[in-house]
Ligand binder design. Structure first.
Ligand code: FES
Length: 164
């Protein structure tokens, strides 16, 4: 029997998402529903993807193929907040490499790792189309631009306070 955690915990958001599409086009809700799965479980779990398939009335293989195609859907466990710093060349030319060094030092982890409390994962990504505002990152899809050590400290403090 399918574990229906998502439907129990996020029913209002699921309804809001489904309301954006005609009933016969529920499959169009796969991508926003996968974001919910990711928020709830930290990554696209098999159970979560099966639940999305059930909600949309499609085969789980179709949901897995969407999650597999797009890099913004995580396939492995991550912290509640994922800080993705762009380290593509244009951003490096604006200091992204030094910024990543600072972020690693501040968080006490290397890029690709998660803090011991499980809250924050730091990772590097390819171009996020904000090259002129580097160093930049996105945190769970929200962009942060023109980063400095001070701004990063504030961002990390705010993320840590969110769940207190
Ligand atoms: S190269 Fe970093 S946002 Fe484009």
């Amino acid at each position: 029997m399918l574990n229906s955690m998502l439907k129990e915990k996020r029913s209002a958001e699921i309804e809001q998402i489904l309301a954006k599409y005609p009933p016969e086009r529920k499959r169009s809700a796969v991508m926003p529903l996968l974001y919910l799965v990711q928020e709830e479980y930290g990554y696209c779990t098999d159970d979560g993807m099966r639940e999305v398939a059930e909600i949309c009335g499609i085969d789980p293989t179709e949901v897995k193929s969407v999650a597999g195609f797009y890099s913004m859907y995580r396939k492995h466990a991550a912290g509640k907040y994922v800080i993705e710093v762009c380290d593509d060349l244009p951003c490096v030319l604006r200091g992204a490499d030094k910024f990543i060094d600072y972020a690693e030092q501040k968080l006490g982890i290397k890029a690709g790792e998660t803090t011991q409390d499980g809250k924050i994962t730091l990772t590097t990504v390819m171009c996020l189309a904000a090259c002129d505002r580097a160093p930049m990152c996105q945190v769970n899809l929200n962009y942060h631009y023109d980063l400095t050590p001070e701004k990063f400290d504030q961002l990390v403090d705010e993320l840590k306070k969110r769940d207190e």
